[in-house]
Design a protein around this ligand. Structure first.
Ligand code: GLA
Length: 755
């Protein structure tokens, strides 16, 4: 019985598999008795733990020394009894090869590979061995199962529990571990990974990402040869900027949208991470993912335990498209706050005014928002600070009181005025940060992360507050609580985080064990404590997770946020590429895509690109000419009609902008009765365009669809032939030409089932 289908706890000790006996009928036993006896003696000592989803399996198996290894990873086998046989296929000879499949590799004993865990015991000893004790499988509901495996060191009182939470229909596994110190003194955690996986294959191809401010999510695909490839980040306040903790791993050949074996993985941790891929001479690939151990030794007092963040992954043997749709379904249903709900369209004033605004200007913008037809006006940076007014990015951060010159009647007045104009009101904050030129800095220098003996080093003229300190946590919570208490109608928060941690030192932690090295971890834990409090009191208010460079997106933070800001770069041409890559890991309901003045593309292109995510505007509406305004109003209306598809539909990527002159992608609803299809030119070379049809995907071959172009610019006519009705079969085999070209650089088409 596979543990994934049990309806109660199964204790490992009572779950021994005897595969040879299982497979052979009684009739055969006499002639094979000798073989069976020998084989079953070996297998009788082994415990096999299949962790299955609808399509996949990860199988854990103990060896004769009670070490836990991974014997199988991939598409699930039809006969679970055969999982126990897989390990026998390996004929690798050297001393270390048989143990490279460890499910959680300890350090300082038999292991010669990169460890998942490294500790220093209370007595200073640095060795660790982990032996299987028991496991249990708990069915959380009809779709979710949690398997827990307990490992213990036979010599020292240290325990590790490995957790594997499976989401059966979505084929997603969430994996984490807990380390328990049962020694008398303090245990130091030197390394404490969330997940340790093991794969075999002919070859491995890793797609990972690099970037910087305004050029995030650039993919790089590389074959993993022998050695270690590490993805990591040491930014402190967030994961992304130079490298996000998200990747795709293809097995045997590079997966396409439709074909190939591929794992999509990402770490749910809003701080320093490290993901190692270690390949040996036999092509045994080991993956170790977790918090970055760099400068992060963590003390664990006697009796305490440490829970690592989750590593989240999905595997498909039908390519990246299916894998990402699985991840999206999981994220919407189980992870992103209000992931299956709706979102607010908005007008933001950042690029329209920067710091230069007052009440009069803002109330004018509320009216503009109403004119456009958006749901909400979002007041950005610059509304606070009195002794040090926030008129630029060099002062005022930390002083969260309305600037009396700009806003003499306060936020409350603005909320009311916005409502009078017919839009909701939202506000920008960056509560984890401080400018040295601020009253907060003057009052609480000990709340700031900095090295007392070194000059301050700034990122955007600011420093980071020490969230390991409960008083700072209270302060940050208080910023939001104060805003909401005074303005209960506040409808949206943009929570920004622009600086990274330099000079990591905490005045608060300075007298504790591993004072500075625990700061990176305690910062993120402190952040989560604040977010827990915010959500306990204000469970529903939509919040955008923003970070000027690199976004700040990961699946732990998204428990508290409804959406994220992918990049400050809103040039739509750049965004086609960036949004494409983000879309592998995060569903589009969470992508904040705004129409701005970045780039040289026409307004229609800018708008159509923002419409493939959560639509917002950051433009001076009053500067739009008549046609532009008419078009924008119409776009907001059109968006409201298709947003259900963009937010909740299945995403199919049809043409990759890196391989074509255009990008094309499509969202299909669950019933396959409606679809919206976006095509964007990414080349402006002579004569380029969709010369041929584009093959659609995800439709029902038997259904018939009417085709209609949406969001035409006023005064233009559609170039597509929409007089016929097509079967899904035709559209997916022959395709349809959206007629994108130099004159029609973006095309949105709606497909609707007709009976
Ligand atoms: C960051 C954000 C921007 C804007 C500014 C305000 O850069 O990404 O959208 O809010 O901060 O200072």
């Amino acid at each position: 019985m596979p543990s994934g289908t049990s309806s109660c706890f199964i204790f490992g000790d009572s779950f021994q598999l005897y595969p040879m006996q299982n497979r052979l009928s009684a009739r055969w036993i006499p002639s094979f008795l000798a073989t069976i006896l020998t084989t079953s003696l070996v297998y009788a000592q082994q415990t096999v733990i299949p962790i299955e989803t609808e399509q996949n399996a990860l199988v854990l198996q103990t060896d004769a020394s009670k070490r836990l290894g991974i014997s199988y990873f991939g598409t699930r086998l039809q006969q679970p009894g055969e999982y126990a046989l897989v390990g026998r296929e390996s004929r690798q000879k050297d001393e270390n090869s048989g143990i490279s499949n460890s499910a959680y590799t300890p350090s300082g004993s038999w292991n010669l590979f990169e460890p998942a865990i490294r500790v220093t015991h209370a007595d200073g000893n640095t060795s660790l061995e982990l032996q299987y004790q028991s496991h249990q499988t708990q069915k959380v509901d009809e779709n979710v199962t949690l398997t827990t495996v307990l490992l213990k060191d036979p010599a020292y009182a240290v325990e590790v529990s490995l957790y594997y939470k499976t989401y059966r229909r979505e084929n997603v596994v969430e994996q984490w571990s807990t380390i328990r110190n049962k020694e008398k003194g303090t245990l130091t955690l030197n390394k404490y990974a969330s997940a340790n996986l093991y794969f075999t294959g002919q070859s491995f191809h890793l797609t990972h990402y690099h970037g910087g401010w305004a050029h995030e999510m650039n993919p790089e695909t590389t074959e993993l040869k022998a050695g270690i490839l590490t993805l990591d980040s040491k930014l402190g306040t967030r994961a992304n900027l130079f490298q996000p903790p998200s990747f795709m791993l293809s097995f045997d050949e590079i997966a396409t949208e439709e074909t190939g074996k591929v794992l999509l993985g990402t770490l749910g941790w809003s701080g320093n991470f490290r993901i190692d891929f270690e390949n040996d001479t036999y092509n045994n690939l080991r993956l170790i993912a977790g918090i970055n151990p760099h400068a992060s030794e963590y003390p664990l007092a006697s009796g305490q335990e440490f829970q690592t963040p989750s590593f989240i992954y999905t595997f498909s043997d039908h390519g990246k498209g299916e894998a990402s749709r699985n991840l999206h379904r999981w994220a919407r249903k189980y992870r992103i706050l209000d992931g299956e709900g709706s979102r607010l369209t908005l007008l933001n004033n950042w690029e329209a005014t920067y710091f230069d605004f007052d009440e009069q200007k803002l109330t004018g913008l509320f009216a503009d928002g109403k004119k456009l037809g958006v749901d909400l006006f979002l007041l950005d940076d610059g509304w606070f600070g009195n002794k040090y007014p926030r008129n630029g990015d060099n002062a005022g951060l930390g002083d969260w009181k309305e600037n009396v010159k700009k806003l003499p009647h306060g936020i409350g007045y603005l909320v009311k005025e916005a409502q009078k104009a017919g839009v909701k009101f939202g506000i920008w904050i960056e509560p984890e940060m401080v400018n040295p030129k601020s009253e907060l800095y003057e009052k609480h220098p000990d709340w700031v992360i900095k090295q007392p003996e070194r000059p301050e080093h700034y990122f955007r003229n600011q420093l980071v507050l020490d969230l390991s300190n409960p008083k700072v946590q209270d302060f940050v919570f208080g910023v939001l609580d104060d805003l909401f208490t005074k303005n209960p109608d506040l409808a949206f928060i943009k929570w920004d985080c622009n600086a990274v941690i330099y000079n990591a030192h905490s005045e608060y932690l300075k007298n504790s064990k591993q004072a500075d090295s625990r700061l990176y971890v305690d910062y993120v834990k402190g952040l989560y404590k604040v977010l827990e409090r915010v959500r306990a009191k204000y469970p529903k208010v939509p919040m955008m997770l923003c970070s000027g460079g690199g976004g700040r997106v990961d699946y732990e933070a998204l428990k508290y946020f409804t959406e994220f800001w992918p990049s400050d770069n809103t040039d739509p041409l750049e965004r086609v590429f960036m949004q494409w890559e983000y879309s592998y890991f995060f569903p589009t309901i969470a992508h904040c895509d705004h129409v701005t003045d970045w780039g040289k593309q026409p307004l229609k292109f800018r708008t159509d690109v923002a419409m493939m995510g959560k639509l917002g505007y950051d433009i001076v509406v009053s500067k739009l000419d008549e046609k532009e305004l008419e078009f924008s109003k119409q776009s907001v209306e059109t968006y409201k009609k298709i947003s259900d598809l963009v937010w909740h539909g299945d995403l199919y990527r049809l043409a990759n902008p890196r391989e074509n002159d255009y990008a094309s992608l499509q969202f299909v609803n669950e019933k396959k009765s409606r679809s919206v299809w976006f095509t964007y030119m990414v080349s402006s070379r002579y004569g380029v365009g969709t010369g041929r049809s584009v093959l659609l995907k995800g439709l029902d071959p038997a259904k018939k669809y009417a085709i209609k172009e949406l969001n035409l610019y006023p005064g233009t006519k559609s170039a597509i032939t929409s007089d016929a009705v097509y079967t899904g079969d035709y559209l997916m085999r022959v395709g349809f030409n959206p007629v994108a070209n130099g004159n029609r650089t973006s095309v949105i088409i709606e497909l609707t089932e007709v009976n």
